[in-house]
Design a binder for this molecule. Sequence first.
Ligand code: SAM
Length: 244
Amino acid sequence: MPDGDLPSRVAGVRWYHTIDLGEGIVTPGIDDTPFRLARLDLPASLAGRSVLDIGAWDGFFSFEAERRGASRVVATDSYSWHGPGWGTKAGFRLARQVLGSKVEDVDIDVMELSPQRVGIFDVVLFLGVLYHLPHPLLALERVASVTRGLLVLETVVDLVGFRRPAAAFYPGRQLNDDPTNWWGPNAAAVQAMLRTVGFTSVRPVTRQRSAMYRGLRAIAHRVKGKNQLAPAFRQDRMVFHATR
Ligand SMILES: C[S@@+](CC[C@H](N)C(=O)[O-])C[C@H]1O[C@@H](n2cnc3c(N)ncnc32)[C@H](O)[C@@H]1O
């Protein structure tokens, strides 16, 4: 239920997600979130299913799960809601209010997730978070502990073309000039880690993008001063579905 004041309230938030609030108002996020949604291969209907969105930030994917009929959606985050970075929880709160959403929120670090703290969910979204964590295998153990059915994992992958499970380490600001980025596992490592923490079926749902695409993106990153050319050429983003 947009109000006359809404444009100025939206303008007062530093948005990450691009969220359609209705009445022609779309949040000016730096992330092309609808494009990323299309790559996730989410079930068209989530009717009757409980959904946990880990690292939800402005909540685009939580609201989308609700829109697809989820019986209960819980959004969690910590760093960008209250941490030292440039994010806040203001966007999530505003979007939830405007959309008339019943998405619940829990302020919790990934490493603190457990069935006792948040419960166990039919569908868990773990999007754009894994590479921000210094201890990815431990984090995936926590994520697995709260997943009953399907885990949808989206992450940066690195060492594209290298077949053995391996990961690039990003000390300092090596990935995208961002000190919160730690590890870029390759696709084989992501799949092996997911099996290690108890998922029995694991599959990539996106294809590795072409050398041409990765080359052009590497040049763009180099021009912006975000990354070196050769490492960037080996990087991509992929989506995996895993079930227990
Ligand atoms: C790149 S954003 C992705 C946001 C959203 N999931 C998406 O895919 O658009 C990374 C998110 O992970 C969260 N995050 C990073 N480290 C975290 C941690 N240790 N515990 C909880 N959330 C964390 C950040 O606060 C941020 O919201």
